[in-house]
Design a binder for this molecule. Structure first.
Ligand code: AMP
Ligand code: MN
Ligand code: MN
Ligand code: MN
Length: 284
């Protein structure tokens, strides 16, 4: 099926307060509707707890909704990769247990980050980040970033990552997330479609990228984000080519986290190149 037959304003990647977004699930859906989104997936990090509220709101508004989750995995030499799972059964026991296992690592990682930040002169970061996260199982670098901005060490969240939290910076600690194999088994087992999130963000060589895409495909992965809030035009061209070469379905994804904290608002990305098969052709 070509994209031309089903051009939608689809946005298949965004976050709510159930992970590191700024808006509650219902507010995310209302904003998507206001922005003209026709098909929305909520994809909180390692957590499906927001999809019931989001789906209920989407039903009220007549917006098509896909249950989703963004799964954190570790790949190769301490590289974190995100896999977006679309159309999963949120009640699936093995997926739920897998996500629970991933979340249970977040608190101890946050403790390690806090120790490193303390050494670098930023004190009280664990408590400060927890205040933003609300729940130790959901604590993420975004919550640390908000605390660091609050304390005046950086002017915005992006510069916190550049100076403190990105790999190689003082507050970064390595962490073992799920394996690609486990994540794909859970997602496929829960009836979902697995999509590589924001491939342009990973610091991998060309050869390493091809290795990741090949392994992902061999394990049952089906899609790749071509239009992403974190992709520029060169990334879109590159990953459109990858989608063609690997036979991947293409996704369109804002990765919206909240007003003022995101590269792009819900549903505001350009359309996919029209020869690609959109991932929603298998979702709706
Ligand atoms: P974590 O899962 O705790 O490693 O946090 C990852 C989250 O941090 C991502 O999902 C983004 O929301 C945020 N993030 C990562 N890199 C950046 C960046 N350069 N600028 C702003 N936010 C970022
Ligand atoms: Mn995030
Ligand atoms: Mn991500
Ligand atoms: Mn995301």
């Amino acid at each position: 099926m070509s994209a031309a037959s089903i051009v939608l304003n689809a946005d298949l990647h965004c976050h709510s307060t159930v992970s590191d977004g700024l808006l509650a699930p219902a507010e995310v859906v209302r904003r998507a509707h206001t922005n003209g989104v026709d098909l929305l997936a909520l994809t909180d990090h390692d957590e499906l707890g927001g999809v019931a509220e989001a789906r209920a709101t989407a039903d009220e508004l007549g917006l098509r909704f896909v249950d989703g989750v963004e799964v954190s995995i570790s790949w190769g030499d301490d590289q974190t990769v995100h896999i977006v799972a679309l159309g999963v059964d949120p009640m699936n026991a093995e997926l739920s247990a897998g996500l629970h296992q991933i979340r249970s690592g977040r608190d101890s990682r946050a403790g390690r980050m806090s120790v490193e930040l303390d050494r670098a002169g930023i004190h009280g970061a664990y408590e400060g980040a927890l205040k933003y996260a609300g729940n130790p199982a959901l604590i993420s670098r975004s919550h640390f970033a908000r605390f660091i901005v609050e304390k005046g060490y950086a002017r915005d969240v992006k510069s916190v990552f550049d100076h403190w939290l990105a790999k190689g910076k003082p507050g970064y600690v390595s962490h073992a997330w799920a394996s690609l194999e486990d994540a794909l088994r859970w997602i496929v087992g829960a009836g979902g479609t697995a999509v590589i999130a924001h491939p342009g963000r990973y610091r991998l060589s060309k050869a390493e990228r091809l290795e990741l895409f090949g392994a992902f495909k061999d394990l049952g992965g089906r899609g790749i984000e071509v239009q992403s809030g974190s992709h520029g035009p060169d990334d879109v061209r590159e990953f459109a080519t990858i989608a063609r070469n690997f036979g991947f379905l293409a996704s369109r994804a804002s990765d919206f986290h909240g007003p003022g904290e995101s590269w792009i608002d819900l549903g505001k990305m350009p359309q996919l190149p029209d020869d690609l098969t959109p991932v929603w052709s298998v979702l709706i």
